[in-house]
Design a binder for this molecule. Structure first.
Ligand code: RB5
Length: 147
């Protein structure tokens, strides 16, 4: 599998460390784009950095963690080709891959516990976009035509 980027703000800093450790143990190549301390910072700075890298094709996928996952997903979805999903259950994680081809997973450290976050991450990593034409057509329609 290609390299995966991960980033968080201070609100997601501790969960990010757990997810990085797990992905390393699973043999995945993960690049941590920060934040690198739990000092207060602005989530859009990290969401933009990761989403820009995914949009430009430097990473195939990315994971963003903040307090809720919401600010990260709103910001990441401003970037062309980025389909970021804020997820807090395993069913949605799988469907985000199968029906929406979500290439960025967002979670909230203040929403999900570490065990659930790991299961969500695994479901999203293992999920595959459904190749059925209706899903391919719908995902293609997500992108604004003038971009
Ligand atoms: C930071 O306090 C918090 O607002 C941020 O982590 C995130 O939840 C925003 O969506």
């Amino acid at each position: 599998m290609s390299r995966i980027a991960i980033a968080s703000d201070h609100g997601g800093f501790h969960l990010k460390a757990v997810l990085v450790k797990a992905m390393n143990e699973w043999g995945l190549a993960v690049e941590d784009l920060g934040t690198h301390t739990d000092a207060s910072c602005d989530y859009p700075d990290y969401a933009h950095a990761l989403a820009r890298a995914v949009s430009q094709g430097r990473f195939q996928r990315g994971v963003l963690i903040c307090g809720t996952g919401i600010g990260m997903s709103i910001t990441a979805n401003r970037h062309p080709g980025v389909r970021a999903a804020a997820v807090s259950d395993t069913f949605s994680a799988r469907m985000a891959r199968e029906h929406n081809d979500a290439n960025v997973l967002c979670m909230g450290e203040r929403v999900v516990g570490q065990g659930l976050a790991l299961e969500i991450l695994k479901a999203w990593l293992d999920g595959r976009p459904d190749p059925d034409a209706r899903h391919v057509r719908r995902v293609a329609k997500i992108e604004l035509p003038d971009r």
